[in-house]
Design a protein around this ligand. Structure first.
Ligand SMILES: [Zn+2]
Length: 206
């Protein structure tokens, strides 16, 4: 059961926007741009990210450009529903690929409540496979923005994230083969043709 808004009019319709793409494609920057624009319009905004994304400070979504917006790390997708306040108009969700499957239901519930949900995340992992719940989020979204980076080998538009260090080398990081929360030194943006999932020795088990 979803909580539909009872406004009669759909003038302030809730919806889901997804911003996806490879690493270095500017997903978080685009999320922050939309969030800041809403804040300037005096709309109450809340931003969430998975607790696993601990690259930077604990209470900020921070892009590689050091833009900062206050955000709340949450352990489970469903926790977001507990924290969203009645007056909130816009909910941002960063690094959505790391959330559990319930993130889809959470985004749908918020949208049916009349909230504008802006989701940013990697659409593919470093092997080029659809990542987590992102494929489903892309399917149910009203609007999808797929950003590209620049291939660090050939300069073409890049859609893939190339891992250039194995988890063993990435000391202090998780050993999970899909989730290597990335300081950018472990990855490069690559195009379809320059992306080589076998070129680092980290994927022997897949
Ligand atoms: Zn290339």
């Amino acid at each position: 059961m979803f909580f539909r808004n009872n406004q009669g009019s759909h003038g302030s319709l809730g919806s889901i926007e997804v911003i996806c793409g490879s690493m270095f494609s500017g997903k978080t920057e685009e999320l922050l741009r939309r969030v800041k624009r809403a804040q300037i319009g005096r709309q109450r905004v809340q931003v969430f990210k998975p607790e696993i994304d601990t690259r930077y400070s604990a209470d900020h979504v921070q892009s590689h450009d050091a833009n900062r917006v206050a955000s709340r790390p949450v352990a489970k997708a469903k926790d977001i529903l507990d924290f969203v306040e009645d007056t909130t108009r816009v909910v941002g969700i960063d690094e959505a690929q790391f959330f559990d499957d319930a993130i889809v239901d959470v985004a749908q519930k918020l949208a049916f409540r009349g909230i504008r949900v802006i989701v940013a995340g990697l659409d593919m992992d470093f092997l080029g496979r659809p990542f987590g719940s992102m494929p489903t989020l892309l399917a149910v979204a009203e609007e999808v923005t797929k950003l590209s980076a620049i291939c660090m080998v050939c300069g073409a538009p890049a859609s893939r994230s190339q891992r250039i260090a194995s988890p063993v080398e990435a000391k202090g990081k998780t050993n999970d083969e899909q989730i290597l929360v990335g300081a950018k030194e472990f990855y490069e943006a690559r195009c379809r043709f320059c992306h080589d999932p076998k070129s680092d020795n980290a994927n022997a088990t897949s």
